[in-house]
Design a protein around this ligand. Sequence first.
Ligand code: ADP
Ligand code: ZN
Length: 524
Amino acid sequence: TPEPLAPTLDSARRVLKQYYGYDTFRPMQESIISNIMSGKDTVVLMPTGGGKSVCFQVPAVVQEGVCVVVSPLIALMKDQVEALKANGIPAEYINSSVGQSEQTSIASDCLNGYLKLLYVSPEKLVSPGFLQFLQRLRISMFAIDEAHCISSWGHDFRPEYTQLRVLREQFPQVPIIALTATADRLTQRDIQQQLRMHEPEVFLSSFDRPNLNLIVRPGQNRVGSIVEFVTARPSESGIIYCLSRKQCETLAQKLKEKGVRANHYHAGMTPNQRASVQEGFLRDDLQVIVATIAFGMGIDKSNVRWVIHYNLPKNIEGYYQEIGRGGRDGAPATAILFYSFADVMSLRDMLTKDADPRLSQLSLTKLERMQQFAEAASCRRKILLNYFGETLEKDCGNCDICRNPPTTFDGTELAQKALSAVVRMRERAPIGLLIDVLRGMRNQAILQGGYEQIKTYGAGRDLPYLDWYSYIHQMLNDGLLYIAYEEGYSLKITEVGKLVLQGQRQLPMKKFQPAEKAEKQPRG
Ligand code: ADP
Ligand code: ZN
């Protein structure tokens, strides 16, 4: 058993050296560890790979008593405990997979003060009897890993986490450390409130990953673009995220046909199949994994050179986590998101089906933020960092917007044409029909509605369909129009839209660039 040392930074450094073999703490770790060792509640927000575990494991070794770690995933719990044991630190885990006699022996190792860390699932922690058992122990602290799971505002809410409120009531003297790699501003606040933390010190390490080149491209012909991108980089590993299992399989097949060492990965495969794909990727036998979001949890591969999103992710937290699997080694890496409005529609349909209306509303709002990110005309990194509560003073210079800033022009007149048509069609037209009317097409829907009679019919025939499509989306982004999903996705005009229509407000617009044109511009 390691002898308890006086809880000073010096002894913490010695533990780091002796058990982990590292000479120095990373800057943020040192302040976090001091704070924890002074017995204060602590919130740690640090991206994956930042070194969160050391922050509570080292104080756990240094301090008297046992540190109780709450962790949601049985597999990760096992890995962490094995890594600790391999380093010579007495640690165990208790969850549904651990047998009764094993649990008894772990319990006695806790009681006799041998164990420094005890990992438990949230269910186990709050189960009858277990809290009573904990009352008999000397507990140095509670470490709540993946703390965002406590918040229904987060993107990975786990109801069993909400019971962790009882910790403060039953153990008022024990400090609580909450750790997460993914929490927007609202979730951060909610974590502190729910755990009843006392004026916690919050450590927000930068979420910036300056080596990631952030790119958003239009979704048209994405398969072709992806095949071209991947085959041009035969020695670079990458991950492609798709929404559906079927898409993963189809795209992986397509890449294989082009001679790429690719395979798919999703939750519909057996654990053995998944493990073998994952190992192939880690060993670089596979160059490309085409996966659903099931892939990536706990994967430690540093030389992933690019991450592609075939579909729009559901929210910014998820997107950020997924692109964060690229460029862990600090060398340049690329994140490409293919954006299509059709994805927004299908995600919307999916999310609306949530039985809980509040959750459904929340996920729809998060989706909107994601969509705004994809359609934005300002530095992508600024938007991302802002989402996690950080501000970037200057534009990043390493995203598609910074590298190729959109030129704006006065789009007021253009917008007025569209807005006027929307009103004259009595706000009953979805986007496609509106564009057809503006461009003076003659099809059945137009003739049936008598829309060829309205004043703005054909007023926009000088512009191609895709240009109108882009401009109308900018108008949606700028809040001039909205889509009534429940009324056949028809476009409605807002108060701001009316101001523009009446000439009381100007509208700068971003010039539309078709995908191929944008591609040919020099990058960097
Ligand atoms: P997180 O939990 O934030 O994802 P980990 O705690 O798993 O991150 O740490 C990520 C990696 O960084 C691990 O390989 C860990 O051993 C290493 N690491 C952590 N702290 C240090 C340090 N002070 N010096 C060197 N390497 C460190
Ligand atoms: Zn930028």
